[in-house]
Design a binder for this molecule. Structure first.
Ligand code: PA5
Length: 424
């Protein structure tokens, strides 16, 4: 399902030296004995997810598709990035679906918020508000504004019917409000943190609302769980990848650049940045995750990658099969000089850009390249890929000897902001 190609890593990476550590850590993950062990619910979630809730998610998704023009997904960080990554990866950036998804609650920008609210004025919309704590400022502000607009447009009763809340099963302001107003609610399990929650209702409801097959996604994740929950390092690409990351971190690299050649996978890069950045960036350790979308960014970042400060390695997510394609035609005047491509598919040209860049960066530039290959992008493969990265992130974090499941540092800005806003 996933092939890890280590043929372009410049160095010969001594994977065997990680064998014992991987064995110990894998047991720590499976037995839930490591740091942050009360947040390991995601490891077995593809098998023991709540089946009754899963059916309710599918029903709610159908109701949203059948009755509304727009679904506003209102959340931030782990409460929105996974859904957005999946929706764009599976549907593309110009989807033909009837339902449109709009994201709000991920910014305090009045420019963005006002424009979205203005756009929604004459749209039939539903809201999926997603917040585990139920108190995140960006999300809470956006939700209040959305709710007011909806009530103004269609009245309180219909508005409350159009609100779907994904939150903690018992605690928090959103849960209290949902119970008081009778919104449909979906649960974020106690033992699954935001950035590991894409396969819970957090991601599944919006993904299903767009018409994607979430059962196939869970099946893919389950296969990944079965493939990667073992310490057989030489047959486990997930842990090999984690060790490779650790090798580069301990050998003068401080940045991991995620690379895609598909604009519709750009948000997977955003999801990865949160997953690895928030999991590893603590105790003054961790690789800085960044991302580019090629060939677009070869025309902006390509120069630095090729010849700049040698601080990075690249991780390319390569999906072999294109969902859409076209063949280049002959032009009798050939003024643009492109007739040499006659009869070639556009996906073939993209593939050659990838191969040429791989060689340029790794051979000429001596920038290590790790290639993660998948045959195609569909729900099953994406579920598999999500789990691959989450498990690799847990292994990577433990290799760094940090807690991959907390995020103490994100509270500092909030405290300062609340003080400046006069909350306390
Ligand atoms: O990964 C995390 O924990 C964060 O990104 C949170 O998901 C984000 O801050 C949103 O939090 P909440 O779901 O409580 O609104």
């Amino acid at each position: 399902m996933i092939k890890l190609n280590l043929g372009y890593t410049v160095d010969d990476i001594p994977l065997a030296s990680y064998k014992e550590q991987v064995k110990t850590i894998n047991e720590m993950i499976n037995k839930k004995t490591g740091l942050g062990n009360d947040f390991l619910g995601w490891t077995t979630w593809p098998e023991d997810y709540d089946k009754e809730e899963f059916l309710r998610i599918q029903e709610a998704a159908k109701e949203i598709r059948d009755n509304y023009e727009v679904l506003v997904v209102c959340g931030i960080g782990g409460s929105y990035l996974g859904a957005r990554a999946a929706i764009e990866a599976l549907n593309g950036l110009f989807p033909t679906n009837k339902l449109q998804i709009i994201y709000l609650g991920q910014t305090l920008s009045s420019n963005y918020v006002c424009q979205v609210l203005n756009y929604l004025k004459d749209k039939k919309f539903a809201i999926n508000v997603i917040s585990k704590s139920g108190t995140t400022t960006e999300t809470a502000i956006a939700f209040r504004l959305l709710k007011d607009l909806l009530i103004e447009k269609i009245g309180q009763e219909a508005a409350y019917k159009a609100i779907f809340a994904t939150t903690d099963k018992a605690r928090g302001a959103l849960k209290t409000e949902a119970d008081a107003n009778g919104y449909r609610t979906f649960c974020i399990p106690d033992d699954i943190g935001g950035r590991y929650s894409v396969l819970t209702a957090v991601g599944l409801l919006p993904i299903a609302a767009m018409g994607s097959d979430i059962q196939a996604m869970m099946n893919g994740a389950k296969q990944a769980m079965l493939d990667f929950n073992n310490d057989d390092l030489f047959n486990n690409p997930c842990y090999q990848y984690a060790c490779v990351r650790n090798y580069f971190y301990t050998h003068q690299k401080s940045v991991e650049m995620f690379v895609t050649y598909e604009p519709q996978f750009t948000q997977i890069g955003e999801w990865l940045k949160q997953l690895f950045g928030e999991s590893e960036g603590k105790d003054h350790r961790g690789l800085l995750p960044t991302s580019v979308t090629n060939s677009t960014d070869l025309h902006s970042m390509g120069q630095f990658i090729q010849e700049g400060t040698p601080l990075l390695f690249e991780t390319i997510i390569r999906v072999k099969e294109a969902n859409y394609d076209l063949v280049m035609k002959n032009d009798k005047n050939n003024l643009d000089g492109l007739n040499y491509l006659e009869g070639k598919k556009l996906s073939f040209v993209n593939e050659k850009a990838f191969e040429g860049t791989l060689k340029a960066h790794s051979e000429t530039g001596k920038v290590p390249n790790v290639v993660i290959e998948m045959e195609k992008m569909d729900e099953y493969h994406l579920g598999y890929l999500f789990y691959f990265f989450m498990r690799a992130c847990a292994m990577s974090g433990y290799l760094l000897d940090i807690n991959p499941f907390n995020q103490p540092g994100v509270e500092v800005y909030k405290k300062n902001m609340f003080k400046l806003l006069g909350k306390y």
